[in-house]
Design a protein around this ligand. Structure first.
Ligand code: NCD
Ligand code: ZN
Length: 346
């Protein structure tokens, strides 16, 4: 008997689509299976004003396959010069859904991010007033803090003080990778959400470092120890509305990954749903997959869940390309190191 699973169409609450030739190559990979995605603003130069967001949204729409109903949900990149009035207007116009905070230097294209958090106080207060969520890349950048501790230290030194100082600010802890992240998010009440990526449910730091270095598993925040991966698996498969899918699918060409100083990011848009179905089935939680991919995110963002559905069918191992071609060069598709049996059939 064929096993099938029908879900409301998923959304991706953390996605990098890039621009130009790369955008044109990767946008269809997400639009094939997802109805909406929160689009990260870390272009060069970054998306900092409402006008930037409108122009980028139009470029994304132009890159979609004909007839695609995919909706990009735009974000602004928070800088120390962000104008609260421009932000509020873009939010009121429905042009942006959220604002992204990168600590300066934390990750790819974060140089324009925030160093002095006091400087963005007025913006955060405006966001609390208007109900605009803040998506947070939660890692400190201090060179004396070990890279594997940067998320836990950020929660204590930066995130918790910001939330205490800004009552009403709605925050998404993006791509959490630690049990500390899981714990803090689950105790944060309805104003706090957390996204979890596909790849952090599958790999731990050994996959990057043991038996030879594997640049395609290197992303930020970097994957942690196995006990953290297991905490993420429990959170994602729990049904707890705090946790929802943000793939952080982050395409870089192989030429830029395979360097002495290679880029951070895993490209998972192509096979994410097959991987997630496999993971949830392994954990006996297929009945909670829809909460993670399609219900908890809209609930946090106060948007209706999608009315349309997709159907996954279980069968012989799924084949998918090991890379996609882009005008900039090939981009390797994330290898989950296990056979996948669930394909999206509609
Ligand atoms: C992202 C990118 O490449 O833009 N990289 C990554 O490793 N996740 C940036 C980010 O989300 O940190
Ligand atoms: Zn990201």
């Amino acid at each position: 008997m064929t096993q099938t699973l029908t879900l409301r169409t998923p959304d991706d609450w953390h996605l990098h689509l890039r621009d130009g030739a790369m955008l044109r190559a990767v946008a269809p990979e997400t639009a094939r299976h997802f109805a909406r995605a929160i689009i990260m603003p870390n272009l060069v130069p970054p998306v900092v004003t409402g006008a930037d967001a409108a122009a980028y949204r139009d470029r994304i729409l132009a890159a979609l396959p004909k007839g695609s109903g995919f909706t990009p949900l735009m974000t602004l990149y928070l800088t120390e010069d962000t104008d609260p009035a421009d932000l509020a207007q873009a939010h009121a116009d429905g042009l942006i859904t959220a604002v992204k905070l990168y600590p300066a230097g934390a990750t790819t294209n974060s140089a324009s991010g925030v160093t002095n958090f006091d400087k963005v106080r007025p913006v955060l207060e405006t966001m609390a007033e208007i109900g605009c969520p803040l998506c947070v890349h939660g890692e400190v950048v201090d060179s004396d803090i070990d890279i594997f501790d940067r998320e836990a230290v950020f929660i204590e030194r930066v995130l918790d003080p910001i939330r205490r100082a800004t009552p009403g600010l709605r925050v998404v802890m993006e791509h959490i990778t630690t049990m500390q992240g899981v714990e803090y998010a689950s105790e944060g009440g309805p104003e706090l959400g957390a996204t979890i990526t596909t790849h952090h449910l599958v790999i731990n730091r050994n996959h990057i470092l043991a038996g030879g270095i594997k640049p395609h598993y290197y992303c930020l925040p970097v994957a942690k120890r196995e006990e953290h991966r297991l905490a993420l698996r429990r959170a994602a498969t729990s049904g707890d509305p705090t946790f929802f899918l943000g793939t952080d699918s982050a395409p870089h060409t192989d030429a830029n990954k395979l360097l002495p100083c290679g880029c951070a990011g895993c490209f998972t848009a192509t096979n994410t749903l097959s991987i997630l179905a496999e993971v949830f089935e392994q954990d006996g939680a297929l009945d909670r997959l829809e909460s993670f991919t399609s219900l908890n995110g809209p609930k946090f963002y106060r948007l209706p869940p999608n009315e349309s559905t997709i159907t996954l069918t279980k069968g012989a191992p799924v084949t998918y390309p090991d890379h996609i071609d882009t005008g900039d060069g090939p981009v390797t598709v994330f290898d989950p190191l296990m056979p996948l049996h669930w394909r999206v059939s509609t």
